[in-house]
Write a new protein. Structure first.
Length: 303
């Protein structure tokens, strides 16, 4: 039986971190699941890859040999997949753009218009991704560019470049039956102990941002449910089972009966960005980035 590329990526993460907990965070799975995958890889290869005890993890001789091979293999595979995607996109004259939420703010129509002027004959395919992939397809090359909410996971920051497009206040979304629903604004302390709808663990620092973890002084949030999409989030909020934080612009995008959106006075702002892979120099991708920048009200126009 051959090893899967996914398991090889997991192996590289453990080999580079030499810590299963950090490696699990890096590849966005649980530590027990990662340990299980590594044991399965060792069974497949009939070799012990790591010497591990309660204090440390070390590569064995077999593991060191596999690491060198695997790094080259994965680099070649990624380069090959990028070449295939480039050729397919060029032939179809299609740019795949990922997003995590509805964009709103009259931003997307403007981007499409500017992109059409820059790249006649090309069209954009907009795909919605689950919160479980906070890179909206960039990490797995399922998209060519994406609209992302910051912050970006440090594991992705080396490979993904971003340009902030919108900076907005954070709001709280509450059921209209909530005692605070008629307030003009709230402080975070007034809602911090409420049950929250949370992004999945795979969302990494983005989950912490929308839970305002940094502002909780070390106290863990109460999570009523994990959600993977905006629709799931607001279904739970409207029921009264949880509250959530959202960007000011999305308070308008997702306005619906049963939900009240109120500014939170003492939280830092949310940032919506356009993102792309740093090593992607395709002309169409760069044109899309410039089209996004062209839509910024006070930005100098890119040439």
């Amino acid at each position: 039986m051959d090893a899967h590329l996914r398991d090889l990526r997991y192996f590289v993460a453990v080999a580079e971190e030499l810590n299963f907990t950090r490696a699990a965070e890096r590849v966005h799975i649980s530590q027990p699941a990662l340990s299980k995958q590594i044991r399965g890889l060792e069974t497949t290869l009939r070799a012990q890859l790591f010497a591990r005890n309660r204090r440390q993890v070390q590569l064995t001789a077999a593991g060191a040999a596999l690491l060198d091979i695997t790094r080259r293999l994965l680099a070649d595979w990624d380069e090959g997949m990028a070449a295939v995607a480039d050729a397919a996109a060029e032939q179809a004259r299609t740019l795949r753009v990922g997003t995590l939420t509805s964009i709103g703010r009259a931003l997307y129509p403007g981007v499409v218009s500017h992109f059409a002027k820059r790249e006649p004959g090309w069209h954009i395919e907009l795909h919605s991704f689950s919160w479980a992939d906070p890179t909206a397809g960039l990490r797995d090359q399922a998209s060519d560019a994406a609209f992302l909410w910051l912050p970006l996971d440090t594991a992705d920051a080396g490979d993904i470049a971003v340009r902030t497009l919108v900076t907005e206040r954070r709001f709280a979304a509450l059921s209209t039956r909530h005692p605070l629903a008629r307030r003009r604004h709230v402080s975070f302390a007034e809602i911090a102990d409420e049950p929250f709808a949370a992004l999945p663990l795979a969302a990494g620092p983005l989950r912490d941002f929308w839970l305002a973890t940094r502002e909780r002084a070390g106290k863990a949030p109460t999570v009523a449910a994990e959600v993977t999409s905006a629709d799931e989030t607001f279904e739970i909020v409207s029921s009264g089972a949880a509250v959530t934080l959202l960007a000011e612009g999305n308070a308008a995008v997702y306005a619906r009966p049963g939900i009240a959106c109120i500014p939170v006075t003492d939280l830092g702002p949310a940032q919506l960005a356009v993102a792309w892979r740093r090593n992607d120099r395709r002309h169409a991708v760069q044109s899309f980035i410039h089209a996004c920048i062209d839509c910024l009200p006070d930005a100098p126009k890119a040439q």
